[in-house]
Design a protein around this ligand. Structure first.
Ligand SMILES: Cc1ncc(COP(=O)(O)O)c(C=O)c1O
Length: 335
C-alpha cells in the first residue's frame, strides 16, 4: 500500500510513551495491559484531539484561514485544544458550546476563556436543530470583519482529522517493535468516531495485526459503525490511498455508556480512583474512565481469554476531572 500524508503541523509532543500496567494486569490475571499515553501529547494541548488538529489546522492555514470555528459540549476537550492551538498560532477562535445552564468557568471551559476564545454557549435544543446555521452565522460575522474562518466539525472527526490516528498507528508499530509485543486488541474511547476511524484504518495500513474496539461514551453502536465508515469513505474519496474498506473490521462496544454522555455511574468514579492509586495514571469521567472501566469489565468477563497483550489508548481529558470533583473524593477523605 502506498500513500503519503497530507500537510501536517508539528503540534503534539510525540512519540508518547507506551507503558505497561504491571499492577493492574496482575490484579486482573488476564492479558498484559499496556497504555499508550496520549494524555501526554502536551500540557494544555494534551489528549487525542491534538493529533487530529495537526492535519486539520494545516488544512485551514493552507486555505488562507485566520480563524477557527468549532463546537462541542461545554467541557469539550476538542474545543479547549482548538482554542489553545489558535492562541499559539495567532489565530482567532470561536467555540459554539452546548449548555442549558449558566456555565461555570471550570475545567476545559476555564482554559477556553484563558486562551481568549470567543465562547458562545447555546441551548442543547438550538445546538441540535441549528448547528450549521450557527456555524454560518459566525463565519459571516468574521468575514464582515475581514477574517476567513475554517469550520472544524465535532471532535475534528472527519476525513482530514482521521489522519491523526492513522499517523499514530505508525508510532504504535514502532512501540510494539521496541517492546517486543504483538497485541491482539487496541481499545479506545469513542465520542465522535474519528479516533476509532483513524486507528481502524491505520491498524490495517500499518499491519498492526490488532483489532480496534471503540468503547462508545454516547450514541449507539449502530451509530458509530455508520459514522466510522462514513469518515473513512470520505477520507478515501478525498485522498488517493490504495485501500479497501470491504474487509475492514469496524467494532464498537456500546455497553458502557451508562446514564448518558458526560454522566458517569459510581463504577466509573471507582475505576478512576483505582487507576490513580494503583498506577498513578489519571482518567476522566466522560471518556477514558468509561472506556477503561469497559476494558476491565471485558477482561473480567473473559473476552480477552487466551490473548497475551492488549493496548488501551489513553486519549487524555484530564481537565474534565475538575467539574466532577464532588463525585471523585471518597467519603472517608472528605474534609
Ligand atoms: C479525552 C477524550 N477521549 C476520547 C475522545 C473520543 O474521540 P473521538 O471524538 O475521536 O471519538 C474524546 C473526544 O471526543 C476525548 O476528548
Amino acid at each position: 500500500m502506498s500513500f503519503s500524508f497530507p500537510k501536517r503541523l508539528p503540534l503534539a509532543r510525540t512519540p508518547t510513551p507506551m507503558q505497561f500496567l504491571g499492577r493492574v494486569s496482575a490484579d486482573l490475571g488476564g492479558p498484559r495491559i499496556w497504555i499508550k499515553r496520549d494524555d501526554l501529547t502536551g500540557s494544555a494541548l494534551s489528549g487525542n484531539k491534538i493529533r487530529k488538529l495537526e492535519f486539520t489546522v494545516a488544512q485551514a492555514l493552507e486555505e488562507g484561514c485566520d480563524t477557527l470555528i468549532t463546537c462541542g459540549g461545554v467541557q469539550s476537550n476538542h474545543c479547549r485544544a482548538t482554542a489553545i492551538v489558535a492562541a499559539q498560532l495567532g489565530l482567532h477562535c470561536c467555540l459554539v458550546l452546548r449548555e442549558d445552564a449558566v456555565p461555570t468557568p471550570d475545567g476545559n471551559l476555564l482554559l477556553d476563556y484563558l486562551a481568549g476564545a470567543n465562547v458562545q454557549t447555546v441551548s442543547k435544543s438550538e445546538y441540535v436543530r441549528n448547528l450549521s446555521g450557527l456555524f454560518a452565522h459566525w463565519q459571516d460575522w468574521y468575514a464582515a470583519r475581514g477574517h476567513k474562518a475554517f469550520v472544524i466539525p465535532t471532535g475534528a472527526s472527519d476525513e482530514i482529522g482521521v489522519w491523526g490516528y492513522i499517523a499514530a498507528c505508525q508510532e504504535l508499530k514502532q512501540d510494539f517493535n521496541e517492546q517486543g509485543i504483538t497485541p491482539s486488541s487496541i481499545i479506545v474511547a469513542t465520542g465522535s468516531g474519528g479516533t476509532q476511524a483513524g486507528l481502524t484504518a491505520g491498524a490495517a495500513l500499518f499491519d498492526l495485526g490488532a483489532r480496534v474496539t471503540g468503547i462508545a461514551v454516547c450514541d449507539s453502536g449502530a451509530y458509530f459503525q455508520r459514522k466510522v465508515r462514513d469518515d473513512l469513505e470520505h477520507w478515501l474519496s478525498r485522498y488517493r490511498v490504495d485501500f479497501s474498506l470491504d474487509q475492514l473490521d469496524i467494532h464498537t462496544n456500546a455497553e458502557f455508556i451508562g446514564p448518558g454522555y458526560g454522566i458517569a455511574g459510581p463504577e466509573v468514579y471507582e475505576t478512576i480512583r483505582y487507576l490513580g492509586r494503583r498506577e498513578g495514571i489519571l482518567l476522566d469521567p466522560v471518556y477514558t474512565g468509561k472506556a477503561f472501566h469497559g476494558l476491565l469489565e471485558l477482561i473480567k468477563g473473559g473476552d480477552f481469554a487466551g490473548e497475551t497483550d492488549v493496548v488501551f489508548v489513553h486519549t487524555g481529558g484530564i481537565f474534565g476531572l475538575y467539574p466532577h470533583r464532588g463525585n471523585l473524593i471518597p467519603n472517608e477523605n472528605r474534609p
